[in-house]
Ligand binder design. Sequence first.
Ligand SMILES: [Zn+2]
Length: 246
Amino acid sequence: MFVGHYGISFAARPAGRPVPLWLWFIAVQWLDVVWSVLVLLGVEKLRIVPGFTEANALDLYYMPYTHGLPGSMILSLGFGCLVAMFTTGARMRTALLIATASFSHWVLDFIVHRPDLPLYGNSAKVGLGLWNRPAIALSLEALLLLGGIWLYFRGRLSESVTTFVFGVLMIALQSYLFFGPPPVSDKAAAWSAIVCYVVLAVVIWLPAVSVMFLPLARLIVSPLKSRLMLLLACKMMLEVCESRSR
Ligand SMILES: [Zn+2]
């Protein structure tokens, strides 16, 4: 699962306000973030086998640390404690909420993965294999993501339009991953995963940045000054055009 995980981050954020949304984005993909790093280090392993499932070519044959049941619990709890250390307010509650969001990754992976999630060591692997029903898997991802966004913005629908557009773009990205060409190698799959997680977290963080700087920008450039600057800019552009046409 990929974009469906973000539905959990949107749904959980209102319960854990001290933690910014971009950090919830990392929390729900934390197991995969560590997985990408361990694959790049050669510790966990996968093979690219075209046609391995109907939705992707990933033969995830060795990932006991990040996607094994005990390992995923420990990593989730560890990330919850790490985030709680840097937040204010009810730290225990924050740690538990973040740990639960992080562990939801394993539960949702269990629905779509084929049996490649070990219950202990690298054995007793489970997975319901919804990746072999790509249309249903994609619908589930879209439902989770858009449902999560709806829960996040409930009662403030006019504010949710840009986030819903972002959600639709994420579903388009998921469709490409399902029906586009497979990754060229195991390392390429890990790199593209980690880049996606970082870029999506940065994108969801960006509006917060603009909101922070907006009052400052308004103070510096009053509406009158901005109109004057616009007129000056237009005048300069006209002069440049005239000088070039001569
Ligand atoms: Zn995963």
